[in-house]
Design a protein around this ligand. Structure first.
Ligand SMILES: Nc1nc2c(ncn2[C@@H]2O[C@H](COP(=O)(O)OP(=O)(O)OP(=O)(O)O)[C@@H](O)[C@H]2O)c(=O)[nH]1
Length: 317
């Protein structure tokens, strides 16, 4: 590559000016969590879905105290089409003390082995478990939980296609927080009779630190405008430089790596010919780069995997 990288100038910590942007826990999530706890008695197995790009920071650790522990539990790390598969053994090793059953899935691939494996694994765990109050129940019921936008609905649809030859029982959307506090019981298999309780995505009420919050935002589990697109893009640039991922130079045709987000966003908006016409102090029209537009382009590029296959928690593995 002809481009220049100057690592000495990169930031080693990310300073968030306004920490209030990460204090976000809408009321419907609190209500959703309560309803999930109330329904635990009618459930035989928990399927906890998270984003494989943030296998450590992206998990809602509160589930451990509220939902998990009693029923058989499977951790699903979804969106593996967006991660470097070489890191999967490291992720497994890192999680092995906390989760006995970890399955990696890509809901965009109908042939995904993880999706195929999930239902037989759930059946097996339920059969081997003490079903307590549900020992006489004829049907089996799983509950799917996770933070927003990790692919819970996509997984339900993928499993229904496999087992019932029917999909789309539940809405899939790119905006986080689509599934609200209502819990739907969805048929997953006729014989044996299996249902899935679909639940709303629940974030932890207190995000541990700014980096965790920004990783959650980058993976679209918090709505962008609540954090601010420029802040999310700046965190992405910081992370890419710090971890030696310089593909963004190729993606945005930059001559050299830089840690200056305004520089990157300006170059993107100029290349996309996205300029804002505004009046200056002397009331004359001037053109300024549309930085918000450029920040959205940069974030979208990461989310689509155009910057490469990335695990944002690679330094925590
Ligand atoms: N690349 C990729 N995208 C996925 C995968 N699974 C789901 N998505 C996308 O992720 C977004 C969210 O998917 P949903 O299935 O609606 O997620 P959810 O967890 O039900 O979302 P909430 O209802 O907000 O909690 C959608 O744009 C899906 O197309 C996957 O395995 N790989």
């Amino acid at each position: 590559m002809s481009q220049k990288v100057t690592p000495d100038t990169f930031r080693s910590v990310f300073k968030l000016v306004d920490k209030d942007v990460l204090r976000w826990f809408p009321g419907h999530m609190g209500r959703g969590l309560k309803r999930m706890q109330q329904k635990l008695r009618s459930v035989d197995c928990i399927i906890e879905v998270h984003d494989a790009r943030i296998p450590i920071s992206g998990r809602n650790t509160d589930f451990k105290y509220t939902i998990s522990g009693i029923k058989p539990h499977i951790l699903v790390l979804n969106k593996i089409d967006l991660i470097d598969k070489k890191l999967i053994p490291k992720i497994q090793e890192r999680l092995k003390d906390e989760y006995q059953n970890v399955v990696f899935t890509n809901c965009k691939d109908q042939k995904c082995k993880g999706v195929k494996k999930l239902f037989p694994l759930a059946k097996d765990l339920i059969q081997k478990s003490d079903r307590y109050n549900r020992a006489d129940a004829e049907d089996n019921c799983m509950m799917i939980i996770g933070v927003p936008n990790v692919g819970k609905s996509s997984l339900i649809n993928a499993l229904r296609i496999k087992n019932l030859n029917k999909g789309n029982a539940t809405h899939v959307g790119a905006t986080p927080g689509i599934t609200r506090s209502v819990l739907h019981k969805i048929k997953m298999c006729e014989d044996p009779l299996f249902y899935m309780l679909d639940t709303p995505g629940i974030l932890t009420p207190k995000i541990e630190n700014a980096e965790v919050g920004l990783k959650l935002a980058l993976c679209n589990t918090i709505q962008d405008h609540l954090v601010g697109e420029t802040i999310i893009a700046d965190y992405l640039l910081y992370w890419l430089n710090k971890n030696g991922h310089f593909s963004y130079m190729d993606v945005f045709q930059l001559e050299k790596a830089t840690d200056n987000i305004l520089d990157v966003l300006t170059q993107i908006s100029v290349k996309h010919n996205k300029m804002l016409k505004i009046r200056d102090a002397t009331n004359n029209y001037v053109y300024k780069p549309d930085l918000d537009y450029a920040a959205k382009v940069m974030i979208k590029s990461f989310r689509n995997g155009h910057m490469g296959k990335i695990v944002l928690d690679e330094d925590l593995l």
